[in-house]
Structures are given as structure tokens and as C-alpha cells.
Ligand binder design. Structure first.
Ligand code: EPS
Length: 386
């Protein structure tokens, strides 16, 4: 079983995580993970904080000479902004930094409910962990998961499908779409839609507003049989849904045809099954199921689409109430992202990669990568002989 815990405040010293269950002998370098950390920081519509940070992972334990040891892996990402917040965020007892105390909860954030729940009179104690800064360490975890999946010929990719009212043309080939998306400032494979998205973000910025959107994550080349119908929480669809909804600001998730399937006749939804005698495998000409049937992978690419609400921190005011004075005020900020859908896609890849890696470890087990590969190869032979 693969599992992790993470910690870290947005303006604290660092973000960190302990990841357990990665087999020994997996090639792993910081560079492999840093690539994704860099991708997460980009995208048209990012705010001032991204000019401060340059996220890099450090493996504090569990990796030696470029290979995993089979021990828990310690991951650490330093916050550069910490230099400006050392006093305010200090762990040692001391006077509160009065000017940085937050008593004005922002609508749409965890601010008010978090303060009530944990008894904080300073809303900063809530926003520091609720912040999407946390997604950096989750991308690092996802980078390790991707390294494992790549050893089995799998890739986890994403691209932007919608920002606000602008929708991209559905791509024909996910890998080709991904390559094109990587060259786009909004990570959109459709160039025309991408330009319109940038225009819309520009307009939102001008108005002091923010935008959400939809990204699609695809897992290529999964084996048949990950997940199970035998118990509700072992369905891979359950786990992918949970993973997607665990990302800050996500409000909806679809698998394959998703909500559109609810509007069609069954004959228009389900994928026909054929047998390819040359390849000795069951095949489908369509993938409306998004690679999952009965909560189990069917060998088709896994397709997950996720909807993100617009960023809650707005330059244009929203109504709120001060928790101390109980007086109404208009919530505004000095620094905010306008749109982070392009970055959210990279986070989506990470959380999905983690779940697929976990499902691979559950099915093929093994203390070493070699052992896991032997189990995998034997199983693939069995599937061919079925
Ligand atoms: C965030 C607010 C902004 C974002 C931050 C998430 O940070 P700050 O308050 O420091 O300007 O930049 O995102 C990141 C730091 C990041 O790495 O993605 C929030 O409130 O969620």
C-alpha cells in the first residue's frame, strides 16, 4: 500500500511529506520531480507569489544514489517567501505580529468555517494550510508515483479543456493533445480556444475578477484489472473521484463521457467489445467509459475531467463580516492569482498518478521494482492467454 502525510504552512519554512510503500530499486532523482514542480508554477493568470518561489524538491531520506531504498521517502520543498515571514510564522513563543493578524474571512475560502472549527481568532492560522500552496508537495509526491508508473510503460498527462465560457475542441489523440498543450500558456491543446482563454483571463484581471475551468487527465496504457467491484472503496472510480475532489477549489469530476452519458440512450453510451485475433486481446473502438467498467480498468486510457471553481481571492470586493467587530466589510486583496486551471491540471496528474501507483502496488506487490515487474509480466501473459 502506498500512503503519505503532508504538512507545511504557505508562508512557513517548508512543505514536507513522508511517502511510504514505494518498492526498492526505483530510479528516482530530484530532476524528475522538479520538472513537474516547474510546470505547476506556470500558466497565464498566475499571481505575484510565483515570481518569488522556484520550487525544488529535496529527498531528505529514502533515496540513495538515485534509487529508492524501500524505506519511507522524505520530501521537502523550501518556501522562499519564508524569509519575509520568519517573524510572523515563528514556531517559538513571542508577541503576535499585529499587522499580519487576519480577522476578515474571505468568502469562498476555508477562513470562516476553519476559524470557528479550530477556535482561531487569527484567520491566518487557517489559510496557511488550507492554501493551494500545499499542491506543490502533492505534485512532488505525484512525481514519484509517475516514476513508478513509467517503469510499467504508463504516462499520466493533462490539458486544459475549458476556462470560463471558452471550450476547447475535444482532442482526438491524448498524447498529441498533451504535446500541444505543453507549448500553450494556458496548457490548452486547441490553439484558437487557447487564445480566447488568454483574452478572457486578461478581461477578468482588468475587472479584478477570477476564473475557473475544466482540465482533463489521461492515464495511458493501464493494464486491465486495477481496482475492484468487490467492495465500494476498492473501486478505482471511487478513489479517482476522491483524489480529484481533494484538490483545493475542485467542484466536480467526470469519468469518460461523464455527465453527458446521463443525457443519452444506453446504446449511445456503452462501448462495444471486439476480439483482435492477431494481438490476442479484447478491444473497443470507442472509450466513452473512460477506461473504467465496474470500477476496474479495462485497458483503455483512463480519462478524468475535473471542474475548478474560480479562485476565491478577488481584487473586486465581496461582502463579508469581521470576526471581532462583527461589522460588515468588503473583502479585497493585494495579491492573488486570476486563474490557475493550467496549474491545476498538473496537480490533477499528480493525484491521479498517486492513485494509479497505489492500485499497481496493490495488484502487483513486491518489495523491489524487479519483483513487481516479474509479477506484472506474468499477469500480462495470463491476460493474453485468457
Ligand atoms: C493561495 C494564495 C497565493 C497563491 C498560493 C495559493 O499565495 P500568497 O497568499 O502567498 O500570495 O500564490 O499559491 C501558491 C503559493 C502556490 O505555490 O501555488 C491561496 O490562498 O490558496
Amino acid at each position: 500500500m502506498l500512503r503519505y502525510l503532508n504538512g507545511g504552512e504557505s508562508h512557513g519554512k517548508c512543505l514536507l511529506a513522508v511517502l511510504e510503500g514505494v518498492p526498492a530499486g526505483l530510479p528516482l532523482t530530484a530532476d524528475m520531480v522538479n520538472q513537474d514542480l516547474g510546470r505547476r508554477q506556470k500558466g497565464y493568470g498566475r499571481g505575484g507569489r510565483m515570481r518569488i518561489e522556484q520550487d525544488r524538491v529535496e529527498f531528505a531520506c529514502g533515496v540513495r544514489k538515485g534509487k529508492t531504498l524501500g524505506n519511507p521517502i522524505g520530501l521537502l520543498i523550501a518556501n522562499k517567501d519564508w524569509e519575509n515571514w520568519k517573524e510572523v510564522m515563528a514556531a517559538e513563543p513571542g508577541p503576535a505580529s499585529v499587522e499580519k493578524v487576519v480577522t476578515r474571512p474571505r468568502p469562498g475560502h476555508a477562513d470562516l468555517v476553519g476559524a470557528i472549527k479550530y477556535g482561531h481568532r487569527d484567520v491566518r492560522n487557517v489559510l496557511e494550510k488550507a492554501s493551494a500552496r500545499e499542491t506543490a508537495i502533492r505534485v512532488a509526491i505525484g512525481g514519484v508515483a509517475k516514476a513508478l508508473l513509467s517503469a510499467f510503460g504508463m504516462r499520466v498527462i493533462s490539458y486544459t479543456m475549458e476556462i470560463g465560457t471558452v471550450t476547447a475542441m475535444p482532442p482526438q489523440d491524448p498524447l498529441d493533445a498533451y504535446e500541444r498543450a505543453e507549448g500553450s500558456d494556458v496548457r490548452c491543446p486547441d490553439e484558437t480556444a487557447g487564445s480566447a482563454m488568454i483574452e478572457l483571463i486578461r478581461a477578468a484581471k482588468h475587472k479584478g475578477d477570477t476564473l475557473g475551468g475544466v482540465f482533463e487527465v489521461v492515464v495511458t496504457n493501464p493494464p486491465i484489472g486495477l481496482g475492484s467491484y468487490a467492495q465500494w472503496d476498492r473501486r478505482l472510480s471511487t478513489r479517482l473521484g476522491m483524489a480529484a475532489m481533494s484538490i483545493q477549489a475542485m467542484k466536480g469530476v467526470e469519468i469518460g463521457m461523464g455527465f453527458e452519458a446521463a443525457r443519452r440512450f444506453g446504446s449511445e453510451v456503452h462501448d462495444d467489445i471486439y476480439y483482435d485475433h492477431t494481438q490476442r486481446e479484447f478491444v473497443r473502438k470507442t472509450n466513452r467509459a473512460g477506461g473504467l467498467e465496474g470500477g476496474i480498468t479495462n485497458g483503455q486510457p483512463i480519462v478524468v475531467r475535473v471542474a475548478m471553481k474560480p479562485i476565491s481571492t478577488l481584487y473586486s470586493p465581496k461582502q463579508s463580516v469581521d470576526i471581532e467587530t462583527k461589522e460588515a466589510f468588503e473583502a479585497t486583496v493585494e495579491r492573488s492569482d486570476i486563474c490557475t486551471v493550467p496549474a491545476a491540471g498538473v496537480v490533477g496528474e499528480a493525484v491521479i498518478a498517486f492513485e494509479i501507483a497505489n492500485a499497481m502496488i496493490e495488484k502487483f506487490g513486491g518489495d523491489t521494482l524487479d519483483e513487481m515487474k516479474r509479477n506484472f509480466d506474468a499477469y500480462q501473459d495470463y491476460v493474453k492467454s485468457f
